[in-house]
Write a protein that binds this ligand. Structure first.
Ligand code: ARG
Ligand code: ZN
Length: 878
């Protein structure tokens, strides 16, 4: 059944206090809960009954105000416990039995290896006990956990420790008190035998906080980076937002079986091991960055998500968009801001634009859903963050901080809406943000067409901006967005011209400077610049100041000029992407027409200049040299001719590599071998490995040797894995040897083996599908483990376009069959996997038919989960 945002109603009851006793056994768990319920003063309707949520719970006893409730007093339904004629306020005690050991969905209380852990967001708490499982019901929790002491020495809960002790029969107990009211999706509990890394942090007001990171036995040497990251995040949130931690203890637990990245449970974050464990020989620089960013993300949720939470799940972006924005800002401050920014933009331009133009397109604040878990999307998260970033751009850093202060002041302790958030900013800055709110209600990617005119006689330059947004499911017509459009104008020497611009709209301030944020608010708008002494070259949408598609007719020469000169380093990268994408798309056209594919000299000259430009930092040079992948190119065309795109991309890569072989080799030799964990060393590794990848693309035997040597001699996982990747994605004669050596070294390191699976699943080789089928049989593969599913099946379906879209449909069949299996054990993950078919309409007729056939077959499956059903049915209907 579909839920609608418009149908929100306050809860008829509130739960002020929760007292729980959780008894953990090998065969089952028993949950005793005592809820202090009272009528919600905000609820106006009559109340005949109270419906509590509960799934897969076996009710053992039930009492109201300590009196056993007779059968006539309640009704047990499939997913609810209905209390008849409830009093104004009362306590409800229930005892239920559950089976964490059999919980393969990894929602609610489950076992990961030998440990008990939980995942309650969005609606998992109802799988633990009967409750009002909605985020606007906030309670103070006291929780006691009991379990065998030997097997589960650590018993962890939310909040602060409140006692522990021994019990008969080798059991023990621990009690936790969380003083801060929270919605039940932030509940967590862990029991297990861990290694523990401890540290402490003193907050700006002098409050000491104990920091604890719990990991699998033997992994203590992979925790230092996570601990450093926690402390950096805590300090940054104090400095930039004035936000301090509010409990005596902050705990992180890493588990191997987890449906997503991590979870911000109050005071007890539970993480996928992927975002905690890292040392030089197990994690790449990208992994290090991922750990730092996700640790920061979950920590930042303590204020944006936990202290101020969501009224209902339609408001998810309230906490996720905002917290992603905050973690992105944090990462920009910790490392290279340009590189971080362009990595984030790449996600929008590939995954988010793709979602926006497909059957699952939704606004960052969706209007309806069947299964909430399907809306933890790149739109809600990453486009949501772009919307916050636009607000930051429009208000300025100080104005944004004022708005945030107002937001916390007004809403601390509340469950609120996206509108409340924008309103706090509007009020704090005395700005009208009504039009801006359309970013929350309208789906789709706006397209901005830019044309310009230079009037030499009057030294006047005019930019004309037109915006339109294509229709999305359920939204035909769109109103114009409020788009902050950042620009600069380059003179012949490549310097930014002084801008003298006055908008005709009275309420916009004049801008004098060398960079301007044009406030585009209407469908079509002109911006006139005076005293412009020469015809300028516009540098448009600097820093990707809005999540839009930009159309402006640059010549190849102009793009090469921007790449060489733009004061906006971000736009240099953007120019490089545009230039190379265009050349690749042209080559794809040539391939289709049966013509010879060509690589214009201007591209290799521009890239050679990047290799030679020692002014630029190495990490950025690496990004400038990375050629767009198929995922990026796909979003630039109407109809996707996958064969032509693959052929063109391979041709251009190889031709670039051959043409620039010597300079690439020189650069590689110059910068390779850095071993430090600092940003400069990582930048050197990025550049060296980009060069190495291209060298191997040339198919030169010497390049294979270089990669082979690096694989064996590497002193970091970054270098080792880059060498493996280069070889595994090539036709090198020693390819299989490289893969075998790698497994031999790392067969016991689960996260490293994930990389090994992925590198093969994404190989652009005709044999990819057979390899994936073989890898399923490998002893390290486990279809019950989400990291393994992502490493093999998701990597193949989402990141191997040539393999998944094989003309014979074998890739589709293979994945559909895996979806059907996962649908039983882990529907949430199955829904992610099946999304690979979402864009079926964009491909050629034959492939459309093949994909549609698999989708339709899935629809007829019995026992289809709402998760998979929602994705597939929306795909088929589109
Ligand atoms: N709140 C978590 C985070 O972004 C993610 C939870 C995802 N939940 C889900 N059901 N997919 O930090
Ligand atoms: Zn989050």
């Amino acid at each position: 059944t579909t839920k609608y945002r418009e149908q929100y109603q306050p809860s008829s009851y509130l739960i002020d206090r929760v007292d729980m006793l959780v008894e953990l056994f090998e065969s089952h768990a028993e949950i005793h809960s005592c809820l202090a319920l009272r009528r919600n003063p905000l609820f106006t309707g009559a109340v005949e009954e109270l419906r509590l949520d509960g799934e897969e719970l076996e009710l053992k006893s039930i009492a109201v105000n300590d009196q056993a409730l007779p059968l006539s007093g309640y009704e047990l339904q499939d997913a609810h416990l209905v209390i008849r004629q409830p009093a104004e306020s009362f306590t409800l005690k229930t005892v239920v039995q559950i089976k964490p050991q059999d919980n393969t969905r990894l929602e609610g209380l489950y076992k990961s290896g030998s440990k008990f852990c939980t995942q309650c967001e969005a609606e998992g708490f109802r799988r633990i006990t009967y409750f009002l499982d909605r985020p606007d019901v906030m309670s103070v929790y006291d929780v006691t956990i009991r379990a065998d002491k030997n097997a589960y020495p650590a018993l962890l809960g939310n909040g602060n420790p409140a006692g522990s002790g021994e019990l008969p029969e080798g059991r023990h107990w621990a009690r936790w008190h969380d003083p801060i009211p929270k919605p039940c999706y932030l509940f967590a509990l862990v029991a297990g035998d861990f290694d523990l890394l401890e540290d402490s942090f003193t907050t700006m007001s002098g409050h000491p906080v104990a920091l604890k990171i719990y990991v699998d036995k033997g992994k203590l040497d992979q925790c230092a980076h996570a601990m450093r990251s926690v402390k950096k995040a805590m300090q940054w949130d104090e400095e930039v937002y004035g936000r301090e931690y509010d409990l005596d203890i902050y705990q992180i637990v890493a588990v191997s079986d987890f449906n997503m990245g991590a979870m911000e449970n109050k005071g007890l974050n539970i993480f996928n091991t992927k975002y905690v464990l890292a040392n030089e020989m197990t994690a790449t620089d990208a992994d290090y960055d991922g750990v730092e960013a996700v640790i920061a993300h979950e920590y930042f949720h303590n204020w944006t998500g936990n202290r101020v939470t969501c009224r209902d799940w339609f408001q998810l972006s309230l906490k996720e968009g905002l917290t992603v924005f905050r973690d992105q800002q944090f990462s920009m401050d910790m490392g290279s801001p340009t590189v971080k920014r362009l990595d984030d933009v790449r996600v929008i331009r590939t995954a988010q634009f793709s979602e926006d133009s497909g059957p699952m397109a939704h606004p960052i604040r969706p209007d309806s859903y069947v299964e909430m878990n399907n809306f933890y999307t790149v739109t809600v998260y990453n486009k949501g963050a772009e919307v916050i970033r636009m607000l930051h751009t429009l208000l300025g850093a100080d104005g944004f901080r004022k708005g945030m202060d107002r937001y916390f002041e007004r809403h601390d302790g509340q469950a609120v809406t996206c509108d409340d958030f924008v309103q706090a900013h509007a009020d704090a800055n005395q700005r009208d943000l009504e039009q801006f709110k359309r970013w929350y209600s309208q789906a789709g990617t706006p397209v901005i067409n830019v044309s310009d005119h230079y009037d030499a006689a009057n030294q006047r330059y005019t930019l004309t901006l037109k915006q339109h947004c294509p229709a999305t499911p359920g939204q035909k017509e769109k109103q114009p967005f409020f788009i902050p459009f950042k620009i600069g104008l380059l003179d012949k020497a490549g310097n930014d011209l002084p801008l003298n611009w006055q908008s005709k709209d009275a309420d916009d301030q004049a801008i004098y400077g060398r960079e301007a944020v044009l406030p585009l608010q209407r469908a079509e708008q002109q911006f006139v610049f005076e005293h412009i002494g020469e015809k300028p070259l516009p540098s448009l949408l600097r820093d990707f100041s809005a999540p839009v598609k930009l159309r402006y007719d640059y010549s190849d020469e102009q793009l090469a000029f921007l790449l060489a000169n733009d004061s906006s380093l971000f736009n240099r990268w953007d120019a490089a992407q545009q230039l190379v994408s265009r050349v690749m798309l042209n080559a794809a056209e040539q391939f289709r027409a049966g013509e010879e594919m060509r690589l214009p000299a201007i591209v290799t000259e521009a890239l050679a200049a990047v290799l030679d430009n020692h002014q630029l930092d190495n990490a950025l040079r690496a990004r400038l040299l990375q050629l767009p992948d198929i995922g990026y190119l796909q979003e630039l065309v109407e109809k996707i001719d996958i064969d032509a795109l693959v052929a063109a991309q391979q041709f251009i890569k190889r031709r670039v590599a051959e043409t620039l072989y010597q300079p690439l080799r020189d650069c590689f030799q110059r910068v390779r071998g850095a071993t430090g964990l600092d940003g400069d060393s990582a930048g050197r590794r990025a550049l060296a490995n980009t060069c190495l990848g291209l060298l191997v693309d040339s198919t030169d035997a010497e390049a294979y040797q270089l990669a082979h040597a690096q694989l064996h001699e590497a002193k970091t996982m970054t270098d080792r894995f880059a060498a493996l990747r280069a070889l595994a994605h090539s036709a090198a004669p020693n390819r299989q040897q490289a893969l075998d050596d790698f497994t031999h070294w790392y067969v016991d390191e689960a996260l490293v083996m994930d990389k090994w699976f992925t590198v093969q699943a994404t190989a652009p080789l005709a044999s990819a599908l057979q390899e994936v089928q073989k890898l399923e049989q490998h002893s390290a593969f486990d279809a019950k483990n989400p990291n393994k599913v992502r490493a093999l099946w998701m990597a193949f379906s989402h990141a191997n376009p040539a393999g998944f879209h094989r003309a014979d449909g074998a890739g589709y069949q293979f994945i559909a069959e895996r979806v059907a299996r996962l649908n039983q054990s882990n529907p949430q993950l199955a829904a992610r996997l099946v999304s690979a078919f979402n864009r079926w309409k964009r491909y050629d007729d034959d492939r459309q038919q093949l994909m549609l056939k698999e989708l339709k077959a899935l629809l007829t499956q019995s026992g289809l989960s709402p998760d998979v059903f929602e994705i597939v049915s929306k795909s088929v209907e589109a």
